[in-house]
Design a protein around this ligand. Structure first.
Ligand SMILES: [Zn+2]
Length: 155
């Protein structure tokens, strides 16, 4: 899975900020591209340290927006705050997108601070979990929703 360092950092910052609750969100990308380019942090409607749940109305709005932009959720991420960055039984049961990269972040060591963080990516297909390498690339990613259409190039 290839992702810009900028978007990776945004996901990690989101997870640190929401610790000890689990943080969740997606990174959208053009359909068929397999490139996560637009970071979309979501609310954890469960506000829980052991569980996350996308807010249903936010999710509905998101899917409408993705549809309009011909985008798909290339990355679906959430954090674990006291366990390792590996999909739980519940996570596996809820994983409905065989094309998506499921990113798990663990803030169990760093909490809200600057300590080490785990950032791992998985495919989950028919209940089978396979880990994949994460390659950080120079980015054209956008890290804020209100930067739509102003993706920074190069650097
Ligand atoms: Zn989980």
């Amino acid at each position: 899975m290839k992702i810009s360092g900028e978007i990776r950092d945004a996901i990690v910052a989101h997870a640190r900020r929401d610790h000890p609750d689990e943080a969740c969100g997606i990174v959208a990308g053009a359909e068929g591209s397999d490139e996560p380019t637009r970071w979309v942090p979501m609310l954890n409607a469960a506000r829980s340290a052991t569980f996350f749940e996308f807010d249903s109305s936010e999710l509905l709005a998101l899917y409408r927006e993705l549809d309009e932009r011909d985008e798909v959720p290339v990355v679906i991420y959430h954090s674990h705050t006291s366990t390792q960055a590996y999909p739980s039984r519940t996570d596996i049961g809820l994983a409905m997108e065989p094309q998506a990269h499921y990113v798990l972040v663990s803030t169990r060591e760093c909490g809200n601070g600057d300590g080490p963080v785990e950032f791992r990516s998985f495919r989950i297909v028919d209940g089978n979990v396979s880990e994949e390498d994460v390659e950080l690339v120079g980015g054209t990613g956008t890290v804020r929703r209100d930067q739509e259409g102003t993706a920074r190039h190069g650097s």
